[in-house]
Design a protein around this ligand. Structure first.
Ligand SMILES: [Fe+2]
Length: 377
């Protein structure tokens, strides 16, 4: 077993306004603040910049990460910014912002192009920059994870920089920072986190160290997500989902994922389908498929979801989970997205090629995958 958790996690309401103290504690004096212009305009970043201003931390705002990080964005950023002038990067935003910040920290120290670091173990040594992440969404877990996802437009693919050396130095989770998330982003990011929690619990690499994080994360996310979606000012619900999201990735980065995340790779490549919606679409079906291989663990999952107690309908737990996802507004189907039979071959091949496929607890044949795809139409 191996269990890594290199990030120091600080959590609390209003904690973002102590970001400057955290940077001071790390010995930083000049930071590149990476964020998204829309968040700055909405005032979401203000508690962090207010903290930096009050403590005389020197910082420069780079607010250009407005979409998922792409190679073009990377090239633009390194052209614009002299990375040599900073000792740290402070990411304030969703997973895209945090992923971009991690990538910049790698290139600031080791040079080259972000493409050079695609894959596992390509970061040669610990980072010189301190990386502080203040997430404004609750879902990707990037604030503590070892991954940085990039889109390579020219090659029509995504690539992942994966190394425990790029885990943020400090993650600051503050429920007040997630308050501005609109309902659909709250729902989508929460379902991504729920999928991390469930897949990591059932993964072949799940261990005595990861399972408690996974199960508690399922409880927290399932308990808070509907309320956070219905009322964005419900801070108790926001906090539950946020804690669950970070804990899900503590398990996820150590136990890895499974067939949901493997299937999501080709589905998001073929259709205009966000990662989180792909997760929501496949999760109930993959869970039902995996049930045969995981024994009592599937009961643990439904107990943690609060869906093991019978229902006033005849719905199976899988149908209840599917309804839970749909009631959050995630209603994707491959049919509506333009599925054609000739796509099946690509979906099967690319699902098998995904790094997450081998961590799934049940071996899936081509026929199994075809049957699963059939249920998604
Ligand atoms: Fe995910």
């Amino acid at each position: 077993m191996r269990f890594d958790l290199p990030t120091s996690w600080r959590h609390g309401r209003g904690f973002a306004s102590q970001t400057a103290e955290v940077l001071r504690e790390l010995g930083c004096s000049r930071t590149l603040l990476v964020t998204d212009r829309l968040l700055v305009e909405a005032g979401v970043v203000a508690p962090v910049t207010g903290s930096l201003d009050s403590q005389d931390i020197e910082y420069v705002v780079c607010d250009e990460v407005t979409t998922e990080p792409t190679v073009a964005l990377f090239e633009g950023l390194v052209r614009t910014w002299d990375l040599a002038g900073f000792d740290s990067v402070l990411a304030v935003g969703g997973g895209s912002v945090i992923d971009a910040a991690k990538g910049l920290a790698v290139v600031a120290q080791f040079g080259g192009h972000i493409r050079d670091y695609a894959g596992f173990g390509t970061v040669p040594a610990p980072l010189g920059w301190k990386v502080v992440a203040v997430p404004t969404t609750a879902g990707t877990g990037s604030e503590i994870s070892d991954g940085s996802v990039w889109i390579d437009e020219a090659r029509h693919t995504k690539f992942l920089v994966l190394s425990t050396l790029i885990c943020p130095t400090v993650a600051i989770t503050d429920p007040l920072m997630t308050r501005s998330m609109p309902p659909h982003i709250t729902a989508n990011s929460g379902i991504d986190a729920l999928t991390h929690a469930i897949e990591s619990y059932l993964s072949v690499d799940a261990s005595v160290a990861t399972e408690p994080f996974s199960l508690r994360a399922i409880e927290l996310i399932a308990g808070g997500l509907k309320r956070a979606h219905a009322d964005g000012d419900d801070l108790d619900a926001r906090e539950a989902v946020q804690l669950g999201s970070t804990m899900a990735m503590m398990a996820g980065m150590n136990a890895h994922m499974g067939l949901c995340h493997a299937l999501a790779m080709p589905l998001c490549g073929l259709y205009p389908l966000p990662h989180s919606e792909a997760c929501g679409l496949v999760l109930p079906h993959v869970l039902e498929f995996n049930a045969a291989a995981v024994g009592a663990k599937v009961t643990d999952v439904f107990r943690a979801l609060g869906m093991d107690d019978g229902d006033d309908t005849d719905a199976s737990p899988y149908e209840r989970l599917e309804r839970f996802v749909r009631e959050l507004g995630l209603n994707a189907s491959l049919g509506a997205l333009g599925y054609l039979e000739e796509h099946l071959e690509v979906i099967v091949r690319e699902t098998r090629n995904s790094v997450q496929f081998r961590f799934n607890p049940r071996e899936a044949s081509d026929e199994d995958l075809a049957r699963l795809v059939d249920r998604l139409i």
